[in-house]
Design a protein around this ligand. Structure first.
Ligand code: NAP
Length: 494
């Protein structure tokens, strides 16, 4: 290779920033294309009342940008957003970011990728990293009368802050993490809330203590911060158990189920309401929302649960499955995301004209969460099968970056474009599919599962995730020629 590689990262959310820092450290030339006007991805888009990180926030920090300024153990979304903006500044990433550029297509031609944005501009690059996340396309289900509602109606990830909620009757649809956090917050603020629950959730009641000034001061000392983190890890295992009970159903999960039921019994004395709030599916199958307040809030006079399916939406409100109309002024769809969109709607066309939509026609998949056959030098950050529950996002990104930087060294050294072979990808997917089907995640309907029913997440213990990235086996990859400059080169396997 006689010129530095041109590298593009798509998205300045957590993954784009993380990899950007790694590339910066390695002295690479790269650009981050970000469709928004600020970094943060999902933490920029979600601003709903009550948004908090639901894992211990210290474990959500980047290992290279520690913070000791969180106000609580589970910090508010606004704090995470500020933190990510701060990381972009501290890690000198801002100058690499082109804001307001939405990449609509990526086409591999003549040994390089042509990236075209929605404004029609094109750039040619050698290597692409898609850091687009997977919970970025809100879904508003197509229920009868959905668009007839007379008042303001919006998705949880598109909160309309211009709507004054004071004195309004607010309907919230959905019992995922977003719905539970929204109802907890609005209920605590004294708003009139009706919560529509098609499926009651297992909810973890977790206190969220503030972090004192003394603790923040002590966190400035490395030895003390290590001690604090260790204490938090122990506490996490004590409250959440190990990750194994979600992977392998067995006695530990039975014990966790008993614990959840006991808390529900303590918090909801009315047996009739308690029965309605008790899920009928296995604990851990859907992602568990955490809230210190939800069970208390749902019993307050200003909050009403409505169980079962929704029959239709009318201008005046929602008609439930029993035909009763619940009159509302504001409607919130906390109804989740198209979790298997990944970088789409971007059009991706790889070697030989193979498209991403063709590859993912039956279900989404990847080679180890980071690459796809026929897509030379196109890598995914937190792609299909990357850990969703078993590993905090920064740890998972740290593992992925290790591998991606190894691959980048080879790309540069050998002037090649690498794509995993179809056989290596199938081998990985077969092993993963077998393991995934044995996990708790396969036992109910949830956003992890693809059309074939396989949960698209990491089904093994966390150590195995690191191990798979410690070695890069070139035998797993097809090699394509990489254009040395803008001259025409045919990108056939070499
Ligand atoms: P979600 O978990 O997919 O929940 C969507 C909810 O909408 C479900 O309760 C679903 O009911 C309901 N729903 C969908 N269509 C419906 C319909 N036609 N009628 C009635 N109800 C309907 O979405 P989410 O709450 O936005 O959470 C998604 C993920 O984002 C979470 O699992 C988590 O990974 C992440 N998240 C994290 C945080 C955090 O860390 N603080 C906060 C929010 C979200 P069914 O269950 O019956 O399908």
């Amino acid at each position: 290779m006689h010129r530095p590689l041109d590298i593009a990262i798509i998205g300045a959310g957590m993954s784009g920033l993380f990899l950007g820092h790694k590339l910066n450290q390695a002295g690479k030339k790269f650009t981050i294309f970000e469709k928004g006007h600020e970094v943060g991805g999902t933490w920029r888009e979600n601003t709903y009342p009550g948004l908090h990180v639901d894992v211990i926030t210290r474990s959500y920090e980047f290992p290279f940008a520690r913070s000791r300024h969180w106000s609580r153990r589970y910090a508010a979304g606004s704090e995470v957003r500020s933190y990510l903006n701060d990381v972009a500044r501290r890690c000198d990433l801002e100058r690499h970011i082109h804001f307001g550029v939405e990449i609509s297509s990526a086409v591999f031609e003549d040994g390089r990728w042509t990236l075209t944005s929605t404004d029609g501009d094109s750039r040619r690059v050698d290597v692409v990293y898609a850091g687009t996340g997977f919970l970025h396309r809100p879904v508003t289900p197509d229920m009868p009368g959905r668009d007839s509602f007379a008042g303001p109606a919006f998705h949880s990830a598109r909160w309309d802050h211009s709507v004054d909620l004071k004195g309004k009757r607010i309907g919230v649809i959905g019992t995922g993490s977003s719905g539970i956090q929204i109802v907890s917050e609005l209920g605590q603020r004294g708003h009139d809330v009706t919560h529509f629950m098609r499926t009651p959730q297992w909810i973890q009641v977790k206190e969220n203590p503030s972090i004192s000034r003394l603790e923040k001061f002590l966190l400035g000392f490395p030895a003390l911060s290590r001690y604090w983190d260790q204490r938090m890890r122990k506490l996490k295992i004590k409250t959440d158990g190990t990750e194994n009970w979600k992977l392998t159903p067995g006695p530990e999960r039975d014990e966790m189920t008993r614990r959840f039921l006991k808390v529900l019994e303590e918090q909801v004395p009315d047996p009739e309401l308690r029965a309605k709030l008790t899920p009928t599916y296995q604990l851990g199958c859907k992602r568990i929302p955490k809230s210190p307040a939800y069970y208390k809030v749902i019993q307050q006079d200003n909050v009403r649960p409505v169980f079962g399916p929704i029959e239709r939406i009318e201008p005046a409100g929602i008609v439930d499955g029993e035909g009763s109309l619940h009159e509302l002024d504001v409607l919130v769809f906390a109804t989740g995301f198209d979790s298997h969109a990944y970088m789409r709607p971007m059009q991706v066309v790889g070697a030989g004209g193979v498209t991403l939509d063709e590859l993912w026609k039956d279900s989404v998949y990847s080679y180890r969460g980071v690459a796809l056959p026929h897509m030379p030098n196109f890598f995914l950050l937190s792609g299909p099968f990357a850990p969703v529950n078993s590993l905090a996002i920064p740890s998972s990104l740290d593992d992925e970056s290790l591998f991606l930087l190894k691959a980048l060294d080879i790309i540069e050294r050998d002037s090649v474009a690498l794509a995993p072979s179809t056989q290596a990808t199938e081998r990985f997917c077969d092993q993963l599919g077998d393991a995934a089907e044995r996990t708790t995640y396969a036992l109910c309907d949830n956003w992890y599962r693809d059309r074939g029913g396989v949960p698209v997440l990491w089904p093994w213990a966390r150590e195995r995730h690191r191990e798979q990235f410690e070695q890069l086996d070139l035998a797993d990859f097809d090699r394509f020629s990489l254009a040395p400059d803008e001259e025409h080169r045919v990108a056939d396997p070499v």
